[in-house]
Ligand binder design. Structure first.
Ligand code: EPU
Length: 430
């Protein structure tokens, strides 16, 4: 088993480049199926979620080559395949393959998806939208079977601006006959990026990034070359690493407008935040102050940053409250931060109340999901003594080069392999 071993207490100072966006890459890695030929994607983050997604494409007949940070994906020969439930359940976006496959082949079969355990994550918006587009989808023995005699443009209203449903339905509607309008669409940057990618392939999408997306169906798409933009969530995590350690971290290669909610809440919490055309910098010469944070769809405060933010607020002066409005129970970090001496409690799955303490102590803690893992690493960076974060496969889903980047900023962090001595039930280093 791998762990991250952190000896805390060093302020993080310096500059860091951020890898490509996991969530953009995952959405694009469904849409690639729509065009015959070789699509080239640059700046794809090398994290386990993208590797799994690429392996799923191979199961449908795509040829995938990683050349450093670029992916060459040949989707000339795509055919139906029976995928095993275990692999499909590893990532949520496996489900976003259903629409593009049915658009291209007229039929698709996929086991139900998985993803981080942060509450119930239904796919009803996806299913309603696919049905409106003319795909008949049935769930039989844990597998979704979708069929269509031909997709037809339609009007779709989403009950909630779901990023995934907007991306999935956009990627399906591009080959439908006629015009599709998605109302109450998500406006996340990853939706805009996907639309840019699809348009580069010859799709005709307007309004992405607003709540009304219009898709004029086209007969076919062509492969293209595309660069995945940098990851706003990894960027946010490094800014928080600067803040929690009382350091000064500049993230480069990011769009400051994608960090607006975080930057403003950090300023409210007594952190200095500056920005330039493609960088954001956070420094915390003084102790942070407690604040209230409420997660919202973009451009609101990102749910994916609330757990790392909670780690920072554990050390802030005074009380803080974090309200999670997107997911039912994204609070797996709470009990583990408490093991490090933080004073916080979850009220239901949606509210976390925090009373700031002056210091955290190193401890053995377990990541319960990707962003909970990031929160524990941040806490470890500032805790006195040694913190060992286990279950780091969750962190590896979404952070490329995490230890190397943090080390370049001055952190004392290492990946270690430990074994469990089965006879005595104790850990030994391996
Ligand atoms: N929802 C439904 N029905 C649906 C779809 C969504 O009720 O058919 C609900 C969800 O249960 C949730 C809310 O709508 O309560 C929002 O979910 P959304 O569909 O927007 O999330 P997602 O597309 O499944 C993506 C990211 C998440 C990120 C959310 C919100 C990917 C692969 N995942 O998930 O990222 O939290 O958008 O921005 O793009 C992460 O990176 O750690 C992560 C979990």
């Amino acid at each position: 088993m791998n762990i991250l071993q952190i000896r805390g207490g060093r302020p993080l100072i310096g500059e860091v480049d951020v890898a490509g966006s996991k969530n953009s890459a995952l959405a694009i890695l469904s849409a690639v199926l729509l065009a015959e030929g070789v699509t080239v994607l640059h700046n794809v983050p090398n994290v386990s979620d993208t590797r799994i997604k690429a392996s799923l494409l191979e199961r449908f007949g795509a040829k995938v080559d990683w050349v450093e940070g670029s992916l060459f994906i040949d989707c000339t020969n795509i055919s139906l395949a029976e995928l095993d439930e275990e692999t499909v359940r590893l990532i949520r976006t496996s489900f976003y393959l259903l629409g593009p496959l049915v658009a291209r082949l007229g039929r698709a079969v996929l086991p139900a998806p998985g993803g981080c355990k942060i509450g119930e994550r239904p796919v009803d918006f996806h299913l309603k939208g696919l049905a409106l587009l003319g795909a008949k989808v049935e769930l039989t023995n844990g597998r979704y079977i979708a069929e269509t005699p031909g997709l037809v443009g339609t009007e779709i209203y989403l009950d909630f601006p779901s990023a995934g449903a907007t991306q999935h339905l956009m990627s399906t509607a591009v080959l439908a006959k006629g015009v599709t309008v998605i109302q109450n669409a998500a406006v996340e940057p990853e939706v805009t990026t996907l639309a840019e990618f699809l348009n580069r392939m010859g799709a005709r999408i307007e309004g992405a990034g607003t709540s009304t997306v219009t898709i004029m169906g086209v007969k076919s798409l062509v492969p293209c070359e595309f660069r995945v933009p940098s990851d706003r969530l990894q960027a946010g995590t490094y800014l928080l690493a600067g803040a929690i350690t009382g350091g000064d971290v500049m993230v480069r290669g990011v769009l400051p407008e994608n960090q607006t909610a975080l930057a403003n809440k950090l300023r409210e919490a007594n952190v200095e935040v500056d920005e330039g055309p493609d960088w954001v910098r956070a420094s915390a010469p003084n102790r942070m102050k407690g604040i209230r944070v409420k997660t919202m769809p973009y451009p609101g405060f990102p749910t994916d940053i609330q757990q790392p933010m909670a780690a920072c607020l554990c050390l802030a002066e005074g009380n803080s409250v974090i309200e999670e409005t997107i997911y039912e129970s994204r609070t797996g970090h709470v009990s583990e931060l408490a093991r490090m001496g933080a004073k916080l409690r979850a009220e239901g799955g949606r509210t976390v109340s925090i009373t700031g303490v002056e210091r955290l102590n190193g401890a053995n803690v377990e990541a319960s999901d990707l962003r909970a893992g990031a929160a524990l690493v941040l806490a470890g960076l500032v805790a006195q003594g040694e913190t060992n974060v286990r279950n780091i496969h969750f962190i590896d889903r979404g952070y490329q080069d995490l230890e190397a980047n943090l080390r370049s900023l001055g952190a004392d962090i290492e990946r270690r392999s430990i074994g469990i001595d089965a006879e005595h039930g104790v850990e030994s280093e391996g």
